[in-house]
Ligand binder design. Structure first.
Ligand SMILES: Nc1ncnc2c1ncn2[C@@H]1O[C@H](COP(=O)(O)OP(=O)(O)O)[C@@H](O)[C@H]1O
Ligand SMILES: O=C(OP(=O)(O)O)[C@H](O)COP(=O)(O)O
Length: 394
């Protein structure tokens, strides 16, 4: 990475404003998945060990510029304190005199968590005044919030213009893993793209077609491709206005010598329900009143073979409606193949694929699970992430 990191900065005795992504799932006031908090620990611990005063900032949810009680970071501070094994001071605001006073009382190595930065309208507007107010709290800015790096907000982008600005370890790792995959991949390089809509994956497919050896398509979006080949797809998901685009992707793949893999069979159901009647059919035999909700067993075998022969695989988007057990087998088979592929570097691009890998208990078998869904998607589209661009060059 061509950006400075915490290693390039002497932070002893300094106040460090460290943006993290603690946008974690919560239920009844408790954190239900602390993956993102744990992912930020190396940076937090390093800064504390170096004698910095660590001022953490994060968003939680989308409170739209107002205080929303359920979106306070109090429970997050408690979980962080347990994980660090030390006290974490939590302020009720994210800037201002009370916050300044709390920071003035910090000793070297102390950790403080500011209130949800999205309680202020200036955050998402990237208001320079708010960015300056954040910058006034600290001497150095560290961005470790990869999951929010695609947002140009006051605490992810604006503040970097007013302080020395460097990346944390999580940010560095995410950018290095995804960056290497896109610029210098081990081959064969395979991308697996699933999920609901073609619309959301256009940019990724477009960009990856220039880079991969194999492109595997699954999930709801596959049916628009199946339709583009001239097959009937019954009540399966269809984006009528993307049929021509799907055709052009298949043509581009052929021109570029990219192997384009599509489902050869599907699990179809007579209703969008876990209790629906289901059967397995060839992809060109979907009955008119049924919908495809998972890839079939022959497709799972085919995709598994491709995965096992790859040196690098990036996966974004489930193969079926994995939230329902009746349609989870295809996604599970892909996750299992990735887990079994010992000589393959496996990258999970956040979002639902990461949730699926967790659900199947295979997370520890993957080489890298991104902490950012939207961010990794934009990165794979080849876009510059504003939160990274704003950091100081090496
Ligand atoms: N065949 C299908 N029909 C309808 N929905 C599907 C199908 N396959 C997958 N899905 C749904 O797609 C959703 C995930 O899509 P998306 O948000 O694009 O993925 P990601 O979060 O990984 O980018 C899941 O909720 C899943 O249930
Ligand atoms: O959870 C997040 O996005 P993600 O689910 O796409 O990874 C990030 O914290 C960004 O949140 P946002 O999409 O409200 O800006």
């Amino acid at each position: 990475m061509n950006k400075k990191t915490v290693r390039d900065m002497d932070v002893k005795g300094k106040r460090v404003f460290c943006r993290v992504d603690f946008n974690v799932p919560m239920q009844d006031g408790a954190v239900t998945d602390d993956t993102r908090i744990r992912a930020a620990l190396p940076t937090i611990q390093y800064l504390a060990e170096q004698g910095a005063k660590v001022i953490l900032a994060s968003h939680l949810g989308r409170p739209k510029g107002k205080v929303v009680e359920e979106m306070r970071l109090t429970a997050v501070a408690e979980r962080l304190s347990e994980l660090l094994g030390k006290r974490v001071v939590k302020t009720d605001e994210a800037y201002g005199d009370a916050v300044k006073a709390a920071i003035a009382a910090m000793n070297e190595g102390d950790v403080l968590l500011l209130e949800n930065v999205r309680f202020y309208p200036g955050e998402e507007k990237n208001d320079p005044e708010l960015a300056k107010a954040f910058a006034e709290l600290a001497d150095v800015y560290v961005n470790d919030a990869f999951g929010a790096a695609h947002r140009a907000h006051a605490s992810t982008e604006g503040i970097a213009h007013y302080l020395p600005a460097v990346a944390g370890f999580l940010m560095e790792k995410e950018i290095e893993v995804l960056g290497k995959a896109l610029s210098n991949p081990d081959r064969p390089f395979t991308a697996i793209i699933g999920g609901a809509k073609v619309k959301d994956k256009i940019g990724v497919i477009e960009n990856l077609l220039d880079k991969v050896d194999n492109l595997i398509i699954g999930g709801g979006l596959a049916y628009t491709f199946v339709k583009a080949l001239g097959h009937e797809i019954g009540k399966s998901l269809l984006e009528e206005d993307k049929i021509e685009l799907a055709k052009s992707f298949m043509e581009k793949a052929k021109e570029k010598g990219v192997n384009f893999y599509m489902p050869v069979d599907a699990v179809v159901a007579d209703a969008f329900s876990n209790d629906a009647n289901t059967k397995v059919v060839n992809i060109d035999e979907i009955p008119s009143d049924w919908e495809g909700l998972d890839i079939g067993p022959k497709t799972r075998e085919l995709y598994r073979d491709v995965i096992l022969k790859s040196k690098l695989v990036i996966w974004n988007g489930p193969m079926g409606v994995f939230e329902m057990d009746a349609f989870a087998e295809g996604t599970k088979a892909v996750a299992q193949a990735l887990a079994d592929a010992k000589d393959t570097y496996t990258v999970i691009g956040g979002g639902d694929s990461a949730a699926a890998v967790e659900k199947f208990g295979l997370a520890d078998k993957m080489d890298h699970i991104s902490t950012g869904g939207g961010a990794s998607l934009e990165f794979m589209e080849g876009k510059q992430l504003p939160g990274v661009v704003a950091l100081n060059d090496k």
